[in-house]
Design a protein around this ligand. Structure first.
Ligand code: ZN
Length: 168
């Protein structure tokens, strides 16, 4: 297992649309293991392959307090959405930024696990929000895209400045 570098906004690679996963070879399990390790190291509750510059339809989550809720979603789809909920979100690719975003409260998800087995599950609460956030990454979409253009501009400026500071 090894840690992977997380792309930081406004990196253009975060805008790439991920390709379906069609082979469940051992390399995929390795990628999933690396993603879990990276997510835990960065203290995130979710990480999409896009964020480590792997443009494949896959993300991992763990919304538990004690790292007991590890889940991998390969080729995920949301089949149904119900209700509306507002929650403050952050993102490992946009460190230091937290904003309240509106999401569906309950979702019906279909995905495969890292071995290729298909499952369908109704999900609500924090995990439902996390899944919607991670699935957006696979479409090249970020949570700040839901904010007003003015707010987005401010965040872009702030993040660009931060990146410049890091280089010197
Ligand atoms: Zn994110």
């Amino acid at each position: 297992m090894s840690l992977r570098d997380v792309l930081i906004y406004p990196d253009d690679r975060l805008r790439e649309i991920a390709e379906p996963v069609d082979s469940f070879e051992p390399a995929l399990s390795e990628l999933v293991a690396d993603m879990f390790e990276t997510m835990y190291e960065e203290r995130g509750i979710g990480l999409a392959a896009t964020q480590i510059d792997q443009h494949r339809r896959l993300f991992v989550t763990d919304v538990s307090e004690d790292r007991s809720g590890a889940l991998a979603f390969v080729n995920p789809e949301i089949l149904e959405r119900a209700g509306v909920v507002e929650c403050e979100e952050g993102c490992l690719s946009i460190p230091g930024i937290n904003e309240t975003i509106r999401r569906a409260e309950r979702i019906l998800v279909r995905a495969q696990d890292e071995k290729g087995k298909t499952f369908e599950q109704e999900i609500d609460g924090l995990l439902a929000i996390c899944i919607q956030h991670e699935l957006d990454h696979l479409e090249g979409r970020l949570f700040i895209d839901y904010l007003s253009p003015l707010k987005q501009q401010r965040i872009r400026k702030k993040m660009t400045k931060a990146a410049r500071r890091e280089r010197v």
